[in-house]
Design a protein around this ligand. Structure first.
Ligand code: HEC
Length: 697
């Protein structure tokens, strides 16, 4: 009863406030409604995670008239994220946990809540780049924060309703993924499972008060204790698939991105990450598939009990997470309607999996894949290519650690029956030479924790290229593809207007024809548009919304290949952009691309020995400041930094954390000697770049 009263009060206040619609409570029925396109209530819009809206006012005929309706500049450090639209209000989670409510018609900021993750995050902030999305249930907005809290805010005014710490505050677990809401529950996983010993799990909380309801562990804990495994039935299966002392290193399998609630079966599907460390000789030396890493796992949504799983990459050694979207669809195969899940895993295969029982229906290569020849449809397992496990010598393989399809969402149009997947063509060398598997003592919170031989060298501009691909899951073929620039573009959205939207790293936002990929519309935003688009309507008018801003840590860390656009995190804005037919808003001017210009400081005398030590210390910085000390937008370019020239200023930033709230985490454990070594390394890199002609092209 009390709840009802509160709901009514909200309705009244918001209705009185004028242009903004009133927030009706969001429930399973609304989240399952594929037909009503006026809202975007969840990360993938509806439970099916199709990133599809039936709205069609903006369509193949009218899209030429699509213009800016409004824009809102955001004071956040990461803007690669997916908004929601609920009854005329756009809700956006960005940065490390900063939630906004914005009038969907005018762009007026209604409220802003800052969870202050940089203040509480400690060392976690070294491996977290910001959040990718939020959830909505009843009258509350839910978000994870980088430091590992799940927070619930009252949608009306942004006040905090409750907050729970979902991970150990002292370990390397961070939240970047969006929570999911169903059945009065909020479920959340976490990330960070590449850089420190983590054991993956997902937790369900009561949407009302944050009380924990269930937790499912993805990998086993220490034998004998097997603590926390949700169902006894899975214990033998898990034990048989691990060897050695994996629990010392966590085991991995973190659920850092996709989860899909399936109302037809009342199940939650979770996509699990890589096994940890990547080097299997350290993790599970005597064999084992290492369940349930790199898998999709179906859980009973009410209890968290295991139902079925399908492992896309058994005994993963390539960081081939299975954490990408799991889109629900019903498609006609051999004359039969099949309830499938469409999943383009990081390993390069695109899978159709039968949702009733987890059995594989098809698995095809979506791009160049050399680590496996094919997937055997009878065993459901990949046929791994010879040498691909790099046990004796390094292997040069497709796809790279960056996948064919990574986390930026695919979309599925029930009108065309096609799945639109942002895809990548890029190889990597995988190798563990020089790593002593028996006496392994890695540096946590650095890429060294993978157990591979990872250097910090630059990634050349032509390391790879990207495409938007339209995949027919019935015919199992690519129907069309368009080449997109660089390697880090945005997520896709399909609409009932026959359009597919995607924003690109070069600053353009595009609408393509959903049937043949023809480029029908584009808009130059003056900075990368690598967020995930949504669409909604207010008073019968359709809007399209997306975030823009420099690439962030995860996508901006690839040295020259990320830096080629010249987006500077201190120069170029983070924005929420909204479009409508015949919009008349002017985009505030942005400075032109400004590639970093390494500083010439001839009076700095470089000590080769110190610079060499600095190169090894740089493992702590490379995730944000970029391979080869070439920053791609996630942080400032340290070859161009005057701060590096002064030991005092450098110490203030790096050891004392003077830029903490702007996303530069403090490193209090760094001695003067380590700091000085870093400075020499940065100066050496600056000088090398200048000698190679940087700034003169
Ligand atoms: C999690 C990402 C992240 C990591 C890891 C990181 N930084 Fe930063 N750093 C940043 C960001 C973001 C900024 C820019 C903040 C701003 O806009 O003021 C920055 C700024 C700096 C600056 C200031 C430069 C200037 O010209 O103002 C220095 C120096 C620096 N970082 C050094 C380091 C060193 C050394 C390491 C490793 C020991 C490191 N950073 C690790 C994100 C990171």
């Amino acid at each position: 009863m009390t709840l009802k009263k509160i709901t009514l009060a909200v309705v009244t206040t918001m209705a009185l406030s004028g242009s903004i619609g009133f927030a009706q409570s969001v429930n399973n029925q609304r989240l399952a409604d594929e037909r009503d396109g006026s809202n975007w209530l969840a990360y993938g819009r509806t439970f099916s995670e199709g990133h599809y809206s039936p709205l069609d006012e903006i369509n193949t005929n009218t899209v030429g008239r699509l213009q800016l309706a409004w824009s809102l500049d955001l004071d956040v450090t990461n803007s690669i994220t997916t908004p929601l639209a609920v009854d005329g209000v756009v809700y956006l989670g960005a940065g490390h946990g900063i939630i906004h409510a914005v009038d969907g018609k005018t762009g007026k900021l209604l409220w802003r809540y800052d969870a202050k993750a940089t203040e509480f995050g400690g060392t976690k902030m070294r491996v977290g780049w910001g959040i990718k999305g939020i959830a909505f249930w009843d009258n509350k907005v839910y978000a994870g924060t980088t430091d590992g809290r799940l927070i619930a805010l009252n949608a009306r005014d942004g006040s905090l309703a409750w907050s729970v710490q979902t991970v150990d505050p002292a370990n390397g677990a961070v939240i970047t993924g969006a929570p999911r809401a169903f059945n009065g529950k909020i479920v959340i996983g976490f990330g960070g499972g590449d850089f420190s010993p983590l054991r993956g799990y997902v937790t369900a909380y009561d949407a009302n008060d944050g009380k924990q309801l269930w937790r499912f562990y993805v990998v086993p804990g220490k034998p004998q204790t097997l603590d926390g495994v949700a169902s006894d039935s899975v214990i033998p299966m898990l034990e048989d698939s691990w060897s050695g002392q994996w629990w010392k290193y966590g085991g991995g399998g973190v659920v850092w991105n996709a989860m899909t609630y399936d109302p037809e079966f009342d199940r939650l599907y979770i996509g699990t990450g890589n096994a940890l460390p990547y080097n299997a000789k350290i993790r599970s030396p005597d064999g084992g598939d290492n369940l349930f890493t790199a898998s999709v796992v179906a859980l009973d949504a009410d209890t968290g009990e295991y139902v079925w799983h399908y492992q896309t990459t058994p005994r993963d050694v390539w960081d081939y997470d299975s954490t990408n979207d799991m889109t629900l669809a019903t498609i006609r195969i051999d004359g039969q309607d099949r309830k499938v899940m469409l999943h383009a895993a990081k390993n390069g295969f695109i899978y159709a999996i039968d949702r009733t029982n987890g059995k594989l229906i098809s698995a095809e290569k979506l791009g160049t894949v050399t680590w496996a020849e094919r997937v055997d449809l009878t065993t459901g397992k990949p046929v791994v290519a010879e040498g691909a496990r790099y046990e004796d010598k390094p292997a040069f393989l497709y796809p790279s650690f960056q996948a064919v399809h990574h986390w930026l969402p695919q979309s599925f149009s029930p009108r065309t029956g096609l799945l639109y997947v942002p895809a990548l063509e890029m190889p990597s060398e995988f190798g563990a030479e020089g790593v002593d598997a028996e006496n392994w003592s890695p540096r946590q919170l650095t890429p060294q924790y993978t157990g591979l031989n990872i250097g910090v060298g630059d990634v050349p501009r032509d390391a790879g290229y990207s495409l938007l691909k339209a995949w027919d899951p019935v015919a199992k073929k690519i129907v069309w593809e368009v080449e997109t620039p660089g390697i880090s573009n945005g997520g896709s959205m399909a609409t009932g207007g026959g359009l597919v939207f995607q924003g690109l790293a070069d600053g353009y936002f595009h609408a393509y024809s959903a049937t043949d990929g023809k480029d029908l519309w584009s808009y130059y935003a003056g900075v990368a548009v690598t967020g995930v688009p949504i669409t909604y309507s207010v008073d019968g008018k359709q809007y399209v919304t997306i975030t823009s801003g420099p690439l962030n840590g995860a996508t901006g860390g690839f040295g020259s290949v990320s830096a080629r656009w010249g987006w500077d995190p201190r120069v170029h804005p983070r924005r929420l952009l909204t479009f409508e037919l015949d919009g008349t808003a002017e985009l505030p001017a942005t400075p032109p691309p400004t590639p970093a210009l390494p500083l010439d400081a001839p009076s700095f005398v470089i000590d080769e020995g110190k610079a060499k030590q600095g190169e090894s210390e740089y493992l702590e910085c490379v995730l944000c400041h970029g391979m080869g000390v070439v920053a791609g937008g996630g942080a400032v370019d340290l070859r161009a930094s005057p701060v590096v020239l002064s030991m005092e200023a450098f110490t203030r930033v790096v050891r004392d954390g003077s830029l903490r709230d702007r996303g530069m985490p403090p490193f209090p454990e760094f001695t003067d000697e380590r700091l000085d070594a870093l400075r020499h390394f940065f100066r050496q890199k600056a000088r090398e770049s200048l000698a190679a002609g940087a700034g003169t092209q």
